[in-house]
Design a protein around this ligand. Sequence first.
Ligand SMILES: C[S@@+](CC[C@H](N)C(=O)[O-])C[C@H]1O[C@@H](n2cnc3c(N)ncnc32)[C@H](O)[C@@H]1O
Length: 430
Amino acid sequence: MSLTFYTGDFVMSKIKIKQNRTEFYETAVSMGFYGNEEASLFGKKDNVRKFWEDMVLKTYCRPFIEDFLNQHSKITILDLGCGSGEGIELLTHIPPSNPKEMVNKNFILLPIKIREYYGLDISPSMITQGRANYRGKNNFKFEYANLEEGLPPAILNHEPFNIYFSSYSALSHLTPDSLESLFRQIFSHAQKDSVFIFDVHGKFSPEWPVHWKVEKELLPYSMAYLYNKDIREKNKIEWFNICYWKPADLKMRIERAAKSVNREIEICYMHDRSIFVGRHMDTGLLSPLITQLRYQVNRLIDHGYRGEPKHLKLNLEYLEKYVPENSTFWNKLVTYKNSWNRVIYFLEALLNHKDTKISAFIESEEIEHMEDDFKFLAWLFRNSDRFPVADFWASVIGPQVAMILRNIEMSYSEAEGIGHGLMCGIKVMK
Ligand SMILES: C[S@@+](CC[C@H](N)C(=O)[O-])C[C@H]1O[C@@H](n2cnc3c(N)ncnc32)[C@H](O)[C@@H]1O
């Protein structure tokens, strides 16, 4: 199907929407994106994915897993839209919450503590790749399922799982009604104390302002960010429809689903992830502006590169005309933008050795709860010769600045749907 896509005054040229959703993933697997890749500046497992996005997911899963392991010796996991088993990697690489006491323990959940992992996906190539990645592990299963049609009989007849899991917006592929019906199946299948941890795409991410005012259930999305810019321009971009979620709509559907099957649940968190570092910030495919924000944060985190403050500064004016009337999310975007920019101005002052600016920043009332972060950065800078690293700016200051930016995002507790990912954690109470 080919259509011209108008949203407000932004016109996307003729785009082709793939009817067969798995097609892109078949190509992605064949190009090696779902094998083992090292973290770096670009690609599926870039630094932001590994040290920002994965870490935020892990931090939110951690209390649930620690709780389970206090009560059970082994756990069972159902992974919905599992890809090639990325969920296993995520869940088995969660660092302990208390770094001082757990010095001999790298991760809280070892593969040996997984009694059964069951991954479901619609893409045959993903299933094949997942089986290859975990060859020889008989309790790790990968099976075909189209979740649009609900859970397959093999799962419905299976005993309840401890963790129902889904990562990196696999469930955004479903229509809202199909997702609600999946919620109903999961809540009736689960047992008391089971948890359901998943994420979908947020409606109001600055990556896709062209979608902000469009009230349609499904809207175009592309994973062309996996290719570097040159290939992206040469190749035709593939689009498919997904659902972008507002937190209130998601909450309403979750609660309605639980009620309809008489389950008591608690939504433990809903959280915006990757507000300014989502993949499409740098593609400009769904926005009038291409930024270098993800690339620059990748550089900050990388021990071989420094960030470039001039490309890290945020100006959101270009987004104002896309904001729907009476929306509440814009204030939060602006607040985060202000905090983000303060960190970048401070980095700039440090890089340029502007001592008076540095002191003024630390003493300024505008920095609110950030004085400790600024003091710590200033302390690192003043003690730079004590660090036995080849490039102090690349190895020490850059990663520290990136983690401060990430932690500001994590400090916002109420989701507004302004992140690339809208994360949700649910516990079945009764
Ligand atoms: C962005 S990938 C995420 C993969 C993996 N969970 C991860 O964390 O990287 C989305 C996955 O959802 C799968 N998917 C899409 N639509 C689906 C459906 N209707 N039923 C089952 N899986 C689906 C895709 O094949 C793909 O593997």
